[in-house]
Structures are given as structure tokens and as C-alpha cells.
Design a protein around this ligand. Structure first.
Ligand code: BGC
Ligand code: CA
Length: 295
């Protein structure tokens, strides 16, 4: 059963909205439009529209830093100081990038120890030439390879599991995780969308304080909630086909924000789903976890 509950938080015509991240410190929601290289910053309590900072390249995701944001742009990871972009420092190059093309950075997030994890996306979105990386102490190391579209990165509240999805496989994997060393154990199929008869592919996700995994189903018009043991719990419909990622925000972390995309809609699709590309929100009962800050 699919129930709704989402409303438009900010109406936008984003191409590929992604990577919502809530800063508890500044009560600000950040997110990106990957394809346009835009970073948005919005304080819901201010009553003001979001601010936007434009980069020269696509930007897969952002993470929180003490005095700014980390931005995984197509060609590499940069640290942007507040006010955004007042200072920019290149931290790591994307080893899969080459001038004019290659696999860009995609989904990423900070682990509870302050390491930044980020995956890539195969340029043709079809060959498993992408990978998952971890950036720690200024060094980017490859942790998994043979991925096509890296997505769904999240950590369980007890820090025992790292979740990850290669979207086209329609499976969400989990790996035993050692938070003190950042080591991953062997992969285990945790959720298989085929077995649940769910539509679309697993995209971005966030875990709440009970350990439930909330996942956007790109092409599936819904956000799905799975229990820590992999059981399907709820589906929440959206008025557009391509939700991309979720984040818990608001003063009590009880607002679920969702970014969406228009990149795969033709004119008929855009007419049929006029709210596609917007930022959506829905109140939830179980709060999220505060997003860690990059060390
Ligand atoms: C990628 C998109 C892709 C989507 C669904 C996103 O993370 O950035 O390009 O279409 O996942 O696989
Ligand atoms: Ca994604």
C-alpha cells in the first residue's frame, strides 16, 4: 500500500536534484542540482527562498565541514569555505575523470568518524566501470569496483553496517563496517526490489534513529522505508516519477526532505508532472540522525 503525505517545500525546475544534507548547527538544508552544478542552501525557519551557489562543473553531492562544505564535483573533491566559495581548496582528483569526460562523482556522505565516502557513475550509465571511494587524511582510496551507478550510501545508527546500492542491479547491499578503521567486510544482499515487487531503482537514502532505511526509488515515484532487518515497512508516493534522495531535517529532525529530477522527462512528462524537479517534505514520527561533519 502506498500512502502520500509529501508536499512541495520549494518549487523548482531542477534537472537532477540530489544530496539533501541538513546542518543542525546552522539549521540549513543543502542540496545540489547535479547536472547544472548548483548548490542550494535554505533555512526553512527564515521564510526566505534558498540561496544558490554555482560551480563550473557537475556536482554529485555535498557533505558538511566545520566551516563550509565538501563538494564532489565531476573532476574532483573541493572544500568550499563559508560564505560558500570564498575559499576553495582541491582535496582530491577523481581518478576516473579525464578532460571532457569520464565517470563523474555521484552519491556520497560522511561516515560517523568523519571520513568522506563517495562513488562514481559510469559515463554511459551501463558499463560497470565506476567505483566507491573513501577520502581520509587527504587520501582517496578505492574500496569497491565494478559498479555502474553508485548510490544509497548510509550507515546504521549502531555503526555496524554500511549500506550501498548499485542502482541498475535493483539491490541494496550491506557490508559489516568497522567505524574505527573504516574497513568494510563482505557484501550481503540486504534488499532486492524484485523480491518486493517494487518499481524503479534504489537511489539516495538516509537512516532514521530507529535504524530504518528510507530510500528514494528513482523511476518508482515513491520513498520506501525498510526496517533494519530488510523488511518493507512503508511506501510514500510522490507526484513525480524520479525522486533521488532523502534527508531528515528541521529543528527536531522530524521532517523528511526529498529531492527530485526532471532529466528523464520529455515535454509530455513535464506537462503531466508539473512539480517534478522540486524539493518535497513530509513530517515523520521517528527523527533522523544528525549528519556527521567531515574531519
Ligand atoms: C544519478 C542519476 C541516475 C539516478 C538513477 C542518480 O544518483 O545521478 O544520473 O539516473 O541515480 O540511477
Ligand atoms: Ca543519487
Amino acid at each position: 500500500m502506498v500512502e502520500g503525505g509529501f508536499e512541495v517545500a520549494i518549487r523548482l525546475p531542477m534537472s537532477l536534484g540530489e544530496s539533501p544534507v541538513w546542518s543542525a548547527q546552522s539549521q540549513t538544508l543543502y542540496w545540489v542540482d547535479i547536472n547544472r552544478g548548483h548548490i542550494y542552501a535554505w533555512q526553512p525557519a527564515s521564510g526566505e527562498p534558498p540561496d544558490r551557489f554555482d560551480l563550473e562543473e557537475k556536482v554529485g553531492c555535498v557533505a558538511l565541514c566545520e566551516d563550509g562544505l565538501l563538494a564532489a564535483q565531476a573532476s574532483g573533491v573541493e572544500r568550499l569555505t563559508f560564505p560558500l566559495g570564498s575559499r576553495r581548496v582541491r582535496l582530491a582528483d577523481n581518478p576516473e575523470w579525464r578532460a571532457g569526460g569520464g565517470n563523474r562523482f555521484n552519491d556520497g556522505r560522511c561516515d560517523p568518524s568523519g571520513r568522506f565516502w563517495v562513488g562514481t557513475l559510469a559515463a554511459d550509465e551501463a558499463t560497470p566501470s565506476a567505483a566507491l571511494y573513501c577520502l581520509t587524511d587527504g587520501e582517496l582510496t578505492q574500496r569497491r569496483s565494478a559498479i555502474t551507478i553508485a548510490n544509497g550510501l548510509a550507515f546504521s545508527p549502531d555503526r555496524q553496517w554500511l549500506y550501498h546500492a548499485d542502482s541498475p542491479t535493483r539491490r541494496i547491499m550491506r557490508y559489516p563496517f568497522d567505524v574505527s578503521t573504516g574497513t568494510m567486510g563482505d557484501a550481503e544482499v540486504w534488499v532486492d526490489l524484485d523480491r518486493h515487487d517494487l518499481p524503479g531503482v534504489p537511489d539516495g537514502a538516509a537512516v532514521d534513529s530507529d535504524g530504518n532505511y528510507w530510500c528514494a526509488l528513482y523511476g518508482g515515484s515513491q520513498i520506501v522505508k525498510f526496517a533494519a532487518d530488510g523488511r518493507w515497512l512503508e511506501s510514500h508516493a510522490l507526484p513525480c516519477p524520479d525522486p533521488t534522495m532523502v534527508a531528515f531535517g528541521g529543528a527536531d529532525l522530524r521532517t523528511l526532505y526529498v529531492t527530485t529530477a526532471t532529466q528523464h522527462l520529455d515535454d509530455t512528462g513535464l506537462e503531466r508532472y508539473p512539480l517534478a524537479g522540486s524539493l518535497f517534505s513530509m513530517p515523520v514520527t521517528t527523527p533522523g540522525l544528525p549528519e556527521p561533519v567531515v574531519a
